[in-house]
Ligand binder design. Structure first.
Ligand SMILES: [Zn+2]
Length: 277
């Protein structure tokens, strides 16, 4: 690669940083309180978020209240206003211990499942969302769980974008385009494209306020899925960015393992104390 080309590739990392906002675990039976607070913030700053919708939620953790009959209509209205719909798995039943391309959680819905089943689930998920009038355009795997079979099924079914990965730019790999997702709360960065993934069901009041304050200072840097695609030139990762992503992923996996360990220790401790009492 010539020096000129090399410089060009490095320059592709956006400066100042750009941010995408993504909301996860959206389904008709989710808790409404926090979600409605977040919607106000989105309206206030005219943000076009990624809405990661579960097509047929069967995860009891995410069934917090009776189904909202206006849920699908609301998602449709938000999509019409510029939001992007992401396919957040199929039923959010994370019962597989297969190895994911990103090992952030031990259990996932898709990683390790045979190709034919994954294909059926993805097809069913896309169909369910389309029946509700939505147009899923990007994959957002529950718990970052997916493997090469998932990517093959997505390609075959015409879904060629995924919201995941730890690089600082969008890139092409394994035949799909990765729009990186590296943050779970707002953090200011000097350069790069960053997706902040928010889980309204487990968020606190202070988390909503934190996003509002962040947007107050950074809203001109908030981009949209469509704008990212428009600016994307189809590139693969430069070697340097590939190294960056490898290290960032390794650190995220290490932190996740530590969190799981602390959580398990906490539970063991809790059980021990329970026995003593
Ligand atoms: Zn989820």
């Amino acid at each position: 690669m010539s020096d000129e080309r090399k410089v060009k590739k490095e320059e592709m990392i956006p400066r100042p940083a750009q941010y995408l906002i993504r909301f996860d675990d959206l389904c008709p039976a989710m808790t409404q309180t926090r979600w409605q607070q977040y919607r106000k913030v989105l309206d206030e700053f005219r943000i076009h978020p990624i809405l990661a919708v579960i097509p047929d939620n069967r995860d009891p953790e995410l069934m917090r209240q009776p189904e909202d009959p206006r849920f699908w209509e609301q998602m449709g209205a938000m999509e019409d206003a510029g939001a992007t719909i992401a396919l957040h798995g199929y039923q959010h039943r994370c019962e597989s211990r297969g190895e994911s391309l990103l090992e952030l959680h031990r259990w996932s819905e898709f990683a390790g499942i045979e190709l034919e089943t994954q294909r059926q689930w993805i097809q069913a998920g896309i169909g369910l969302l389309r029946d509700k009038g939505l147009h899923p355009r990007v994959w957002a795997g529950p718990r970052h769980g997916f493997d090469r079979n998932t990517l093959q099924a997505l390609r075959e079914l015409g879904l060629e974008y995924i919201s995941d990965g730890f690089a600082r730019v969008a890139f092409r790999r394994h035949g799909v385009i990765w729009i990186p997702q590296q943050l779970w709360s707002p953090v200011a960065k000097a350069k790069g494209l960053w997706t902040i993934c928010i889980h309204p069901q487990s968020a606190r009041d202070s988390d909503v306020e934190r996003l509002r304050l962040f947007l107050k200072g950074h809203w001109p840097q908030v981009t949209s899925f469509d704008r990212v695609l428009k600016e994307f030139d189809g590139r693969t990762l430069s070697f340097r960015e590939w190294m960056y992503q490898t290290v960032a992923l390794w650190r995220a996996e290490w932190r996740a393992r530590r969190r799981r360990k602390a959580w398990n220790l906490g539970r063991a401790d809790f059980r021990r104390r329970g026995e003593e009492e």
